[in-house]
Ligand binder design. Structure first.
Ligand SMILES: Cc1cc2nc3c(=O)[nH]c(=O)nc-3n(C[C@H](O)[C@H](O)[C@H](O)COP(=O)(O)OP(=O)(O)OC[C@H]3O[C@@H](n4cnc5c(N)ncnc54)[C@H](O)[C@@H]3O)c2cc1C
Length: 372
């Protein structure tokens, strides 16, 4: 896309922007232009339709495959094929769920434009957040404990079994472990409802240290994303020297490569050495490396991205979702990655909401148990 053309997650913010897009056929551009101007069915109001369906209707298949999908990694946003658009990213409805743009709407839409200020990075890495949280919670946290089971011992008393050796009593419990794990200790608590089964996928990151002179085709900017419809397994390449001020003047290139998508699990299940070899060959080709990288480190994020089907989502979106209700009755408030959304922002919002619900529950219990 032309530098001056505003985009949102790589998609042109305004219909005219589509003409500047590289790599799309003329037919695809025409379809995107016409659909975004004239079609106005309210697909976004119907949770039977996924984000993928919504965007295809508004902008056409090619725009979804080559522009939208690569900018929404599963690990951060979940799958656009499995989530209704309002849950996935409500901004897409504001921007693309309209038939035409009025004059002042144009100004409002520019607030969403990609560019500096839309993404935040901790200068000292994610540990900055953890250290800061630890300062506030020291002495109140019990860390490095594995919850083995959760049971109800009396009407308002829960028992948490830790490490299979010790137990802890609690009036209320917030569950924010990943849904696959939560299933193992929540299932025994009630037979009234079944927690939805989840399919989790794995992703991987490979870190490369490369001699600067070896890179014959250095990427511009902080890196790039690669669409699903390509022969590469790599989904994203980040040049850390261009992203982190700390590495700007570094002697070598430090490059992070992400890979792994839903329904492409075969690669990540291979042995470490084989995975590294495959990804290394892709990086060698893309960056035209004249020599081998100096260092390659592989991280595997096993079952890190839980997915629910569209059907399960519809049930989960119900305000009076029976699973939530059944657990809440017992003082157990269930969240976790993928339950109401994905990513750090969602995790923080969800944590606050669950804490709020637990406090209300405990106050209610206190009131009921009070002799007055
Ligand atoms: C490679 C990768 C890159 C990502 N990049 C980004 C990004 O750039 N921006 C962004 O917003 N999001 C990103 N995400 C997504 C983000 O990490 C998650 O959405 C977020 O961490 C979810 O927070 P959470 O607290 O719900 O779950 P988690 O962070 O997964 O926390 C769950 C915790 O529960 C613990 N646990 C599990 N089972 C038990 C048990 N039985 N007993 C006790 N503890 C248990 C786990 O050890 C873990 O600490 C990324 C994810 C991955 C995998």
């Amino acid at each position: 896309i032309d530098d001056g053309m505003p985009t949102y997650h790589g998609i042109p913010l305004f219909p005219n922007g589509i003409w500047q897009a590289n790599g799309l056929t003329f037919d695809a551009k025409l379809r995107a232009f016409m659909n975004s101007l004239f079609l106005s069915k309210n697909l976004h109001e119907n949770p039977e339709y996924s984000t993928d369906n919504f965007l295809e209707f508004r902008l056409g298949r090619e725009v979804v495959d080559y522009m939208a999908e690569p900018y929404y990694p599963d690990s951060v946003y979940g799958s656009m094929e499995l989530m209704p658009v309002k849950l996935f990213d409500d901004n897409l409805v504001t921007i693309f769920g309209r038939a035409h743009i009025g004059k002042n709407k144009k100004e409002q839409l520019l607030r969403f434009a990609d560019g500096s200020g839309q993404e935040y990075t901790f200068k000292g890495g994610l540990t900055t957040l953890i250290k800061s949280l630890a300062q506030h919670s020291e002495g109140h946290l019990y860390v490095n404990q594995k919850v083995k089971s959760l049971s109800s011992v009396a009407e308002d008393l829960l028992l948490i079994e830790l490490n299979g050796r010790e137990s802890m009593r609690a009036g209320s419990v917030l569950v924010t472990t990943n849904p696959q794990e939560s299933l193992s200790f929540l299932e025994g608590l009630t037979s009234e409802v079944a927690i939805p089964k989840v399919e989790s996928t794995s992703v991987g990151t490979v870190f490369f240290k490369i001699n600067k002179t070896a890179v014959k085709n250095p990427p511009e900017g902080q890196g790039f994303v690669i669409p699903r419809k390509s022969s590469y397994h790599t989904t994203k390449v980040v040049v850390l020297n261009n992203k982190w001020p700390l590495l700007e003047q570094a002697e070598h290139y430090y490059i992070l490569v992400e890979f792994g998508r839903r329904l492409e699990e075969t690669l990540i299940e291979l042995a470490d050495a084989l995975v590294m070899e495959i990804i290394k060959n892709e990086v060698k080709e893309i960056l035209t490396l004249a020599e081998e990288p100096l260092q390659v480190i592989f991280y595997r994020w096993e079952k890190a991205v839980p997915h629910f089907s569209l059907q399960q989502r519809q049930e989960m979106l119900d305000d009076d979702y029976p699973v939530d209700r059944e657990y809440a009755k017992r003082g157990v408030f269930v969240g976790g990655n993928g339950m109401t959304g994905y990513g750090m922002e969602n995790a923080i919002i969800e944590g606050k909401r669950l804490a709020d619900e637990a406090i209300r529950y405990m106050k209610e219990m206190e009131k009921n148990n009070s002799p007055n």
